[in-house]
Design a protein around this ligand. Structure first.
Ligand SMILES: Cc1cc2nc3c(=O)[nH]c(=O)nc-3n(C[C@H](O)[C@H](O)[C@H](O)COP(=O)(O)OP(=O)(O)OC[C@H]3O[C@@H](n4cnc5c(N)ncnc54)[C@H](O)[C@@H]3O)c2cc1C
Length: 339
């Protein structure tokens, strides 16, 4: 790999000028990666009227903001965005570029990677800088892209040693938000937008936005149930507990498949990634695909009738017992405390 550039770029995605939370999470992670590499962290922002997003990009650790502002870039559109982002990356060759694994990031990142012939790993659950031996060659300071692979049966560390630019997408909620006490940088580099005829092959006629139907992602307490809850009736206990302690109810894929809970509340590799202060896992075995969505929770309480269930390997407090018997005791206990 012959890239002397040590900079880390984060594509900061925005809607109506408001940056997405995942972009701040990536800036927080990007800050650490840039410090390890000894490079700069640059936020790449495209849109219109982005003053607040620029300010926040500095708040989350950017040394510099690369700003492409134009009324025609107000809404994300594949063609102009991929042309501009691809062109900038091809020209400046940053070492690392991070995108949110959102609808926009999943559309944009592969196009940019293909155009710039960069390595790209989707849905990473961790990113680190490290050295690697590959085909009898030693590579220094590679981006180690960690993610579940083969249906979640292994955790793979993926490297793209021959690509000068290494790219990754990361889902919302996976990386920790780390605001800086004082903004790191203040340099805004404005890059002019020069439209081409092909940019407007697709135009936005109307936008309709569905609000998120639940608050599981942002809830400080999540009460989650698995197949071991046994029935929808027993699942009602989770709703009671959640209501009492101000939490949201979530579930495993097996619980969703059994009809105990709706799919929009599924936590895990193919569902939501959450990081609440408290995660109460009831009748959940702790399969790796579920853990991928909840293991970064600050505190985890697990209730399972099988003392050998893998969930006990990641929990802070474990209760071995029948969830349908233990949860009513918890409800009584909390009720007493909260009186
Ligand atoms: C590609 C792929 C993606 C996936 N994505 C996801 C995902 O996003 N989220 C997800 O959750 N899963 C996902 N899965 C499925 C995952 O592998 C597991 O099958 C699933 O998480 C198991 O759910 P569970 O723990 O509810 O059920 P089970 O594995 O059946 O576990 C039930 C647990 O309940 C316990 N139990 C039984 N009775 C009681 C009782 N009375 N009281 C207390 N405990 C009891 C049992 O001991 C057991 O540990 C995915 C799988 C694949 C292959």
């Amino acid at each position: 790999m012959s890239n002397a550039n040590r900079d880390v770029w984060v594509f900061v995605e925005q809607r109506d000028g408001r940056a997405a939370e995942v972009s701040f999470e990536l800036l927080s992670k990007g800050r650490k990666l840039a410090d390890q590499l000894g490079g700069s962290l640059k936020a790449l922002l495209l849109g219109h009227e982005l003053g607040e997003a620029v300010r926040q990009a500095f708040h989350y650790g950017s040394d510099e903001v690369l700003l492409v502002e134009h009324p025609e870039l107000r809404d994300y559109r594949t063609l102009p965005y991929s042309r501009v982002v691809g062109g900038l990356i091809a020209k400046q060759q940053p070492r690392i570029v991070l995108f949110g694994a959102t609808f926009i990031g999943r559309d944009l990142a592969p196009r940019v990677a293909s155009f710039t012939r960069s390595g790209l790993t989707a849905d990473c659950t961790d990113l680190q800088i490290g050295d690697a031996d590959y085909l009898r060659r030693e590579y220094k300071d590679l981006l180690l892209q960690v993610r579940p692979a083969f249906g979640g049966n292994i955790i793979a560390t993926i490297i793209t040693p021959e690509a000068p630019v290494q790219m990754a997408t990361v889902r919302e909620g996976v990386m920790e938000l780390v605001p800086q006490a004082t903004p790191r940088g203040e340099t805004v580099t404005r890059i002019p937008y020069e439209p081409t005829a092909s940019d407007n092959l697709v135009t936005v006629v109307e936008r309709h936005r569905e609000e998120r139907r639940n608050k599981v992602k942002s809830a400080p307490i999540v009460v989650a149930g698995g197949y071991g809850m046994g029935s929808k009736k027993n699942f009602a206990l989770l709703h009671q507990l959640a209501q009492l302690i101000g939490g949201e109810v979530a579930g495993t894929r097996a619980a969703v498949d059994a009809g105990f809970i709706t799919p929009d509340r599924q936590v895990g590799q193919t569902g939501l990634t959450v990081r609440p202060k408290l995660y109460i896992a009831c009748g959940i075995s702790g399969a790796i695909q579920h853990r991928a969505g909840m293991q970064e929770s600050t505190r985890i309480i697990a209730i399972n009738s099988d003392a050998d269930a893998p969930i006990f390997d990641v929990c802070h407090y474990g209760i071995v017992g029948d969830a349908a018997a233990v949860i009513p005791l918890l409800i009584d206990g909390y009720r007493e405390r909260l009186r």
